[in-house]
Write a protein that binds this ligand. Sequence first.
Ligand code: ZN
Length: 296
Amino acid sequence: MRIGLDLGGTKIEAVALDEAGQVAARRRVPTPRGDYAATLEAVAALVAGLEAETAKTGSVGVGIPGALSPATGLVKNSNCTWLQGRPLDRDLSARLGRPVRVANDANCFALSEATDGAGAGHRVVFGVILGTGCGGGLVVGGVLHTGPNAIAGEWEHNSLPWPEAGEWPGPACPCGRTGCIETFVSGTGLARDFREATGEAAAPPEIVRRAAAGDAAAEAALVRYEARLARALASVVNLLDPDAVVLGGGLSRVERLYANVPRLWQRWATSDRLDTPLLAPRHGDASGVRGAAWLW
Ligand SMILES: [Zn+2]
């Protein structure tokens, strides 16, 4: 049995997968924000609960915002500040009495979709989370590629490529720079763009609804969004030429992206044509926990 946990800023989700990859049990608790010791306890309680329910023991993988630094073994790049600088895998291993693997949450998403999701059967899969923030992960031949700095796939903090008038230097990014891809293609970025153009606050689902109902300003915001996402993904295709790109996060539910972005990204590709499939996720929000389970 494989146990996966998705440790987020507001909740910890946990799933037990049987040998066939089917869900044997699942649980969810609020994250003890700001409390590292309580977070370790919450993870241990979830694992114990799943094992009691299934009467089996499992391997344990955990997805987090951020990553373990290969140099120090400590959590880095995490917006969950109480995890930052902690030896999370070692502490969980000691608490659970077994080795525990910890990986970036976008990497877990990519691994889930590459293993038995939308990207299954493709050799090189680039997974992208388009949520409140943005993230990417790379799976090659069924194996997560993390790299010597554990930052593979973190293209969201590259500059938005081929910027147009008004896009440079661009909005401030949580990483401290400006004009990062994330500031444009995250849900937060879409909402900001709409607000700057209209003076009106609207969440991404509302913008999508309005555009579908014929609202010109909402439509224009989505057209800008699609063009930016196309450029951002074309830069990935030019570098990696993946066999498939899979979208995740809240904006992966916007169906028009799958038709419009591949129509646009060709223009930015170093190729006379692009046959790369842009795919909707199979497991959706469950890919975070599933990918964590597949770390073993
Ligand atoms: Zn950034």
